[in-house]
Design a binder for this molecule. Structure first.
Ligand code: SF4
Ligand code: SF4
Length: 228
C-alpha cells in the first residue's frame, strides 16, 4: 500500500493517545466494558488514524474487517461537512457554519460485536473521547464535563494538524477506502478527495478552541503537545 505517513507521525499519534488517557484518568466517568450506546455509525477519524489502525492488522484480520464493514455498512451515517480545524478557522473568519446532520438512531458502528469494539486498542480518537458521567442508555444523552470537551477539542485539533496532508471521513467510508484493493493509490490525486463529498482535506491549526476559563488549566497539556 502506498501511503504518506511515516514512523514519526505514527509515533506521535500513539503518544497523543497515551497523553489523552493520562489527561482524563482523574475524571470520574461511568463508562465501562459492554456499555456501547455511544458506538454509533457516526464516528469520524483522520487518515493517519486509519493508517495506524489498519497497519496493526494481520492479513486475515483485514479480510474479516472488510467483510464485516461490507455486511454492516450503514446506509445513513454522519458525513462531516467540516473538520475540527476547518470549523475553528471558519469561526475565526466569521464565515457561515454549515449545519451538520448527525443522529445516533442511524445505527450502530459496524465494528461493534456483542457490545464490544472489534478494534478497541486501535480505535480512533473520536471513540476514545466518548466519556460520560451519566449512563447514556438511561439518560438518552452523555454528560461530559466542560473541561473534557475543551481537552477533546484540543486533541482533535492536534491530531488533525499532525495529519495536515491527509483527510478525514466517517469511519465506515475511511476503512472501506483503506481496505479496498486500489486503496490510497486511487486518492493520490487530490482532486479525487476534493470531488468526493465523503472525504474532507485536513487543515493545520489556525486557531485553538480554548475557552478563556480553561486556558490556565490546559497550559501544561499544551506544553506536552509542543514537546511531542
Ligand atoms: S459514553 Fe455513554 S454509552 Fe459510551 S461507554 Fe460511556 S456511558 Fe457508556
Ligand atoms: S470503532 Fe469501536 S469504540 Fe469506536 S464507535 Fe466503533 S465499536 Fe465503538
Amino acid at each position: 500500500m502506498k501511503n504518506q505517513w511515516g514512523a514519526p507521525e505514527t509515533d506521535q499519534l500513539k503518544q497523543m493517545y497515551a497523553l489523552y488517557d493520562k489527561a482524563v484518568e482523574h475524571i470520574d466517568v461511568v463508562c465501562r466494558k459492554k456499555c456501547s450506546s455511544c458506538c454509533t455509525c457516526n464516528v469520524t477519524l483522520t487518515s493517519l488514524e486509519a493508517d495506524l489502525l489498519i497497519a496493526g492488522l494481520a492479513p486475515q484480520e483485514k479480510k474479516d474487517l472488510k467483510t464485516r464493514i461490507k455486511r454492516h455498512f450503514p446506509q445513513k451515517r454522519f458525513i462531516p461537512k467540516m473538520t475540527t480545524n476547518m470549523f475553528a478557522r471558519m469561526c475565526m473568519e466569521n464565515k457561515d457554519i454549515p449545519e451538520e446532520e448527525n443522529d445516533p438512531s442511524w445505527g450502530q458502528c459496524p465494528m461493534l460485536v456483542d457490545d464490544m469494539c472489534g478494534i478497541y486498542d486501535a480505535r480512533p480518537f473520536g471513540c476514545r473521547a466518548l466519556l460520560s458521567q451519566v449512563h447514556c442508555a438511561e439518560s438518552g444523552y452523555a454528560r461530559v464535563p466542560p473541561i473534557v470537551l475543551t481537552i477533546n477539542n484540543l486533541f482533535l485539533q492536534y491530531i488533525e494538524h499532525l495529519d495536515q496532508n491527509g483527510f478525514s471521513a466517517n469511519l465506515s467510508d475511511m476503512l472501506t477506502l483503506f481496505l479496498s484493493d486500489n486503496s490510497l493509490d486511487d486518492f493520490s490525486d487530490p482532486s479525487l478527495i476534493a470531488n468526493d463529498n465523503r472525504f474532507l482535506f485536513n487543515e493545520k491549526i489556525a486557531v485553538l478552541m480554548i475557552p478563556p476559563e480553561h486556558r490556565e488549566k490546559v497550559g501544561p497539556l499544551m506544553e506536552k503537545f509542543t514537546a511531542l
